[in-house]
Write a protein that binds this ligand. Sequence first.
Ligand code: 13P
Ligand code: 13P
Ligand code: MG
Ligand code: MG
Length: 367
Amino acid sequence: MPKITISVIKADIGSIGGHVRPSQKLLEAVENYIKQKGRGLILDYYLNFTGDDVSILSTHRRGVLDSKIHRLCWEALVAGTKAAKSQGLYAAGQDLLKEAFAKNVKGMGPAVAEMEFEERPAEPFLFFQADKTDPGAFNLPLYLGFADPMHCSGLMLSPKIKKGFKFVVMDVNYTQADKIIELNVPEDLYDLAALLRDPERFVIESIFSRASGEQAVAASTTRLRNIAGKYVGKDDPVMLVRVQSDFPATGEILSPFAIAPYVAGFMRGSHTGPLMPVKKNSTISYFDGPPIISGLGFCVKNGKLTEPVDLFDQPFWDEVRKRASIKAKEIRAQGFFGAAMLPYSELEYGGIVETLKALEKKFKIRK
Ligand code: 13P
Ligand code: 13P
Ligand code: MG
Ligand code: MG
């Protein structure tokens, strides 16, 4: 059987009532475009939104970074932007940063996560989409889910998983090309931790099984500020995770999300907030947040997708959400102070630069 490719292309193209959620009309415009123009090109698709971001998940046989697939999704997002403008939605076309489509959407604004592989007889995979945060938010859950037996019991219990995983980590501050490092766990575990502790600079791009060489994870790494040169919105990442047999079980991947770790994002992409696991198609509220993540489970056969299962729609996660709300209120209690806001390096693409430049001139060195 030829390989299949799963592609997720995601963008914020405008939303109702601020940065809250896309409109029905916008979603319909994107879906209609994919349905009509995707015929003969894609095998199946699923349209999703989390907060104000819309994602197009498609299956096809054209491989990653395929210009026809990317163009189809780009043009669907352009059609959605047109609908957004017609309704006066806020920040219509926010993430479409370039005018003309070139080869693929990399470097044009939308986030991309894609994987090409030979389908296993049973092919379960998970699709995560986060809003009001950035790609580094996945560093901790992926580290714990693939490299820590406290969460991934398969590292002790399954001979195949015990062989460990190869992590590919990107230095997202380097903008001329992709700058990556490959680290194998368990041997390189501490080096991996040393990089992943800095999620604004080092971001997991992919993970591979060392037993089979098969790819388990593809995650988006876009940093919009590096394309736009200013703050235009957060990078709201997406990722695909293949699970079971050679890979961690679904529940091992979900386990770290119970921490609701503090991540970068929240209001104006400038604060620290807890990552709250939410149900499908959740919206944004308190302080333009909190940062949220949705998780959908699928199986795929010959490119045909099952209906999704909503992974965080289960009573267990109600308590996690409640605790995330408490964590959000706790850190918000200190407003702009210290750890509640991101360091200057993360804010330097925003308006605070002008204020600080003006103040710099007023500083005096005491004689
Ligand atoms: P305004 O441009 O309305 O101040 O909003 C800023 C913002 O929300 C950044 O995305
Ligand atoms: P988004 O990146 O989700 O558009 O959020 C922007 C923002 O500034 C929210 O306050
Ligand atoms: Mg937005
Ligand atoms: Mg968003």
